[in-house]
Design a protein around this ligand. Structure first.
Ligand code: NAP
Length: 287
């Protein structure tokens, strides 16, 4: 389950993040700072990849022995194309970290490490027992695996498209109950959950809340995968209302730190990563 077990046998010659759009990604900023601090001479660039060009771009990356990260909308497509997948990438059906070994594409998913670090940071003394996870996309798959690794099985996966939540639980093969976000049962789960997690993009572009705070219990902790400079509106409001709350920044740093370890076999200086994010221009959209 932990990234440390996945280390590239061939260090990438250069790094790239592939997505569409991708210019907003902060990964090149904080990874470049961490590489400089570690004395690693390696470029990290963005590349905008419209879906119909993905195969050609991956072939170019293979020829140049490049590694890197994958972001929306390519995480599932790269998992389908990888010659070798880590167990977590296979179960999540999504790759966010890749490299090549003897020309073969290797895919891993360090969003699991990132989500686990944030959930750990939010654990109250008694730990979490009941969790509501909103959204059923690639990031939700990684969160489900992080919850499983923490021994949490009372999980409700709530999505506006019920079939997508059901399919994700089946793909990941983990315990959980799929509900539509319109299902009246969701209210009781929200009121009694120890942790509510947003894995939808709501709140990324504006101050929309994925769920109204008055539907949560008084002691419910809040984890928003979305991040914005100064914190998302949902996270800030949750803190003001007395909830333990985190946005997606820690997850961003921790998934990046785990990916760095995969590529280079050493851990990065996380403080350097945090400092680089602090001084980066404001993101227009999350990674
Ligand atoms: P995704 O694969 O596109 O899935 C998005 C999920 O959110 C789907 O279940 C979708 O439902 C739902 N959704 C989308 N718009 C919605 C709306 N207006 N109302 C209700 N539900 C909505 O995206 P993803 O890759 O899982 O990413 C989700 C979020 O996590 C993004 O904001 C991303 O930036 C963030 N993320 C953060 C990190 C980090 O390091 N902090 C890492 C990964 C992802 P339908 O199926 O009905 O469309």
């Amino acid at each position: 389950m932990r990234t440390a077990a996945m280390i590239a046998t061939e260090r990438p010659a250069a790094l790239v993040i592939l997505g569409h759009p991708v210019a907003q990604s902060l990964s090149p900023v904080f990874q470049s700072a961490a590489m400089r601090a570690a004395g690693i001479d390696c470029a990290y660039t963005h590349r905008d990849v419209p879906p119909d060009t993905l195969d050609a771009v991956l072939a170019e990356c293979a020829a140049a022995r490049m590694g890197g990260n994958i972001t929306m909308p390519h995480k599932n497509a790269v998992a389908e194309r990888a010659a070798r997948l880590s167990d977590v990438a296979r179960r999540a059906g999504a790759v966010n970290t890749f490299w090549f070994e003897r020309g073969a594409l290797v895919g891993h998913n360090t969003d699991v490490d990132g989500a686990r670090a944030s959930i750990d940071a939010l654990a109250p003394a008694r730990g979490h027992d009941r969790v509501v996870l909103l959204g059923a996309g690639g990031a939700a798959g990684a969160v489900l695996l992080a919850l499983e690794s923490l021994g949490l099985s009372k999980v409700v996966l709530a999505s506006r498209t019920l079939a997508r939540a059901q399919a994700l639980l089946a793909c990941v093969g983990t315990a959980g109950i799929a509900l539509s976000t319109e299902d009246p049962q969701l209210d009781e789960w929200l009121a009694t959950a120890s942790l509510v997690i947003n894995a939808t993009p709501l709140g990324m572009k504006d101050d929309a809340f994925p769920i109204a705070l008055d539907r949560l219990g008084r002691d419910t902790a809040v984890f928003d995968l979305v991040y914005r400079r100064g914190g998302t509106a949902w996270m800030r409001a949750a803190r003001e209302a007395g909830h333990w709350a985190e946005d997606g920044l820690r997850m961003l740093v921790e998934q990046g730190a785990a990916a760095f370890t995969c590529w280079f076999g050493v851990s990065p200086d996380r403080q350097v990563m945090w400092d680089a994010l602090e001084s980066a221009p404001p993101p227009t959209r999350a990674r």
